[in-house]
Design a protein around this ligand. Structure first.
Ligand code: SAM
Length: 666
């Protein structure tokens, strides 16, 4: 049986050790050039673009899904930028392009800029790439280069990354340094993974004619032929795979087999919080028509506070949940910068997680010992440096600092997301969903019935109130934030400070702090008791601020505070749900054998309600999880590569609790 591919460690990648040879980058480690400055672009066009017949294929591309190119070794990005430019030149107006590229030794932004200066005709593509260029950390980094063009950078070793890829490729750029200089990459697994992640009739092209490449491609099922190489290189290889092999990775987890792709033109999204509005925007970007239906108002639930923290809490030892949240944080950060470069509804003030107990100090030390992340993303801080970051005295001796995280005005964000073309907002309470021959009938409390091809349920703790979703376990968690108008001579913290709760920098002279945490409570009245627990937490987190307020004559009592209470939803394992809704009764029957013996996995694909999806259980970390979960759902609906590694997509599956309950019942 095929093993679940293992996820490599979460951490920083090695630098590429470059020198500059006649102003083009040269790898000291591999003893090879990235491209030649005289004819690099022409070589790319010849070897990768034309040998894959991209101009013709782009000009005929009429599918609703994007055309997908996969590359081994992103390097300076020249190949991908040329493919993008070719697409802009030849593709029809509604066509979309999805680029996937692996890279084990990412260049820095400065190195990339220096290398790409050689191609002024690609300046606009280069600028977009540089703005979003991620830190050199293992994982998938999704960049929206334009509304039509997406780039997924799979940072890490090519063989490992392709084994983890959940997606299919139409054309491969088989790059990477020459086989003789980089034998570790040109392994049989590379060709087998390429084959397994290929669409039928996917093509490939490569600059090399080495025997190991010819044999590897053939053994994996590709047909190849020698074609004239560029310039002095006499020959190169190009070819295709007619019938790719089946994806064997599903043998261990057949329940997570994605449902068949279903045509979609109109999608109803239920719930206008961060989960629903981010899904709506992700679908609208892909050209789908979206109707957003909300029972109360935009951001009426947990996404309606004045400020929310963009933060995550990662386990000391990396686990799937931490990986999802870390990827989510990095994605949200890029996504916000793209949506609102002027920072009208968010701010990258940084987030500090104080260690206020010995236990938390030890946990943070273990975390730092287990992860080698760049300081630009996460750094251990202590003493004086901590006080400088917070802007006041702090009692904690150490903390974790996320420089790129910060705070968001969630309701403004939700409103902005819904303002994009293609989304129609309407108020209404959905009471029932019924399958119909065309898709779904959406029954409203008003007696009206709407029709849609597909439905995304994203209304927090109410998400499992439909017949089809009732087996998706959700817990309501009440949370109240307190607000206080600051006197003129007192300032709030300069970063978001978290301990038990969070205290973001003040906005317009108003300090927000909280939130209370009351599981299994779905009430939304503002309560003095919650204010009192928020005041206690504020005194514990930032005693200097509490003292300054009292010295300035502020009465820190509930009577003096404003507030807002809302209900958030959590799953039993505290990870969000993002994916297709399982037919729970069918899963109970099909996988009943797991109760007796968890090793006997029935070879039956999981049954799902066709065209029914859920994004929920984002708890208090929705700003870090919901936008990436929206991509997970939109990518699946539109038959695109996924923005997370296959095991992490599975980790988010709304049916996971059914399987774990069956296995626990053994
Ligand atoms: N396609 C690139 C371009 O357009 O600039 C040029 C690629 S350069 C010749 C080869 C790239 O492969 C380098 O960036 C190198 O770091 C990367 N590489 C080498 N071995 C790798 C591996 N095992 N996994 C991922 N990337 C690798």
């Amino acid at each position: 049986m095929t093993q679940r591919p293992t996820l490599p460690p979460l951490g920083a990648l090695k630098a590429p050790s470059l020198s500059w040879n006649a102003a083009s980058p040269y790898s000291e480690a591999f003893g090879d050039v990235y491209f030649s400055r005289e004819n690099g672009r022409a070589e790319t066009e010849h070897v990768f673009i034309h040998a894959n017949h991209l101009p013709e294929r782009f000009s005929h591309w009429r599918e609703t899904r994007p055309f997908v190119i996969g590359e081994t070794g992103f390097g300076t990005g020249l190949n991908m930028l040329c493919a993008w430019a070719c697409f802009e030149r030849h593709a029809l107006r509604h066509a979309r392009l999805h680029l996937i590229s692996t890279e084990k030794y990412p260049l820095t932004r400065e190195e990339l800029a220096q290398a790409l200066e050689a191609w002024p005709e690609l300046a606009s593509q280069t600028a977009s790439l540089l703005t979003q260029w991620p830190a050199a950390v293992s994982g998938i980094h999704r960049l929206h280069l334009t509304d039509r063009v997406t780039l997924d950078l799979h940072f890490g070793d090519t063989c490992e990354r392709l084994a983890l890829l959940d997606g299919q490729v139409d054309a491969w750029f088989l790059d990477g340094f020459a086989p003789a200089k980089n034998p570790d990459m040109w392994q049989p697994e590379l060709f087998h993974s390429m084959a397994a992640r290929s669409r039928p009739e996917a093509t490939f092209a490569t600059f090399t004619c080495a025997g190991i490449v010819k044999r590897g491609l053939k053994a994996a099922g590709f047909r190849w032929q020698k074609v004239p190489g560029y310039g002095r290189k006499r020959e190169m290889l190009a070819g295709r795979i007619d019938t790719p092999p089946l994806d064997g990775r599903r043998q261990q987890t057949p329940w997570f087999t994605p449902p068949a792709v279903k045509p979609a033109a109109h999608i109803v999204v239920i719930g206008a919080g961060i989960a629903g509005t981010s899904v709506a925007a992700a679908l609208a970007r892909r050209g789908l028509r979206v109707s957003m239906i909300e029972k109360q108002a935009i951001g009426a639930g947990g996404s309606g506070n004045q400020q929310g923290a963009l933060y995550v809490k990662l386990a000391a030892q990396t686990n799937d949940q931490s990986r999802v949240y870390f990827s989510g944080l990095l994605y949200s950060r890029r996504w916000l910068e793209n949506l609102d470069p002027a920072h009208r509804f968010w701010h990258d003030s940084g987030v500090i997680q104080l260690a206020l107990s010995e236990k938390e100090t030890r946990r943070q030390q273990r975390f730092l010992g287990n992860h080698s992340l760049p300081n630009s993303l996460l750094e251990g801080k202590d003493g004086h440096s901590l006080e400088k970051l917070v802007g006041m005295e702090v009692t904690a001796e150490s903390a974790l600092f996320y420089p790129q995280a910060g705070w968001v005005k969630p309701r403004k964000l939700c409103e902005h997301l819904l303002s994009r073309p293609g989304i129609r907002y309407r108020q209404g309470e959905v009471v029932r969903l019924n399958e119909s021959p065309q898709g779904w009938l959406i029954h409203l409390a008003s007696g009206e019935t709407l029709e849609a091809d597909q439905v995304v349920v994203a209304n927090a703790q109410l998400a499992n109130h439909f017949e089809q979703t009732r087996e998706v376990p959700l817990q309501a968690v009440r949370g109240q934030v307190s607000t206080l108008a600051l006197p003129e001579n007192v300032e709030g913290p300069s970063s978001v400070v978290c301990a038990g709760g969070y205290v973001p920098p003040a906005v317009d002279g108003v300090l927000t702090f909280g939130a209370s945490f009351m599981p299994n409570n779905a009430t939304t009245q503002v309560e003095d008791q919650d204010h009192l627990s928020n005041i206690d937490e504020l005194r514990r987190t930032l005693p200097a601020l509490a003292t300054a307020l009292e010295t300035a004559g502020v009465d820190l009592t509930p009577a003096n505070l404003g507030g807002r209470a809302a209900v958030r939803a959590a799953s039993p394992d505290k990870s969000p749900y993002a994916g297709p809704v399982p037919k729970a009764d069918a899963w109970q029957q099909d996988y009943a054998l797991l109760r007796k013996d968890a090793t006997r996995v029935p070879a039956v694909a999981g049954q799902h309600y066709p065209g029914l999806w859920i994004s929920a259980a984002h708890g208090s970390r929705g700003l870090a999880s919901a936008p990436l979960c929206a991509e997970v759902i939109a990518s699946r609906i539109c038959d695109e590569p996924m923005p997370l590694e296959a095991p992490l997509v599975d980790h988010l599956h709304p049916g996971r609790r059914i399987i774990s309950a069956l296995i626990r019942a053994q």
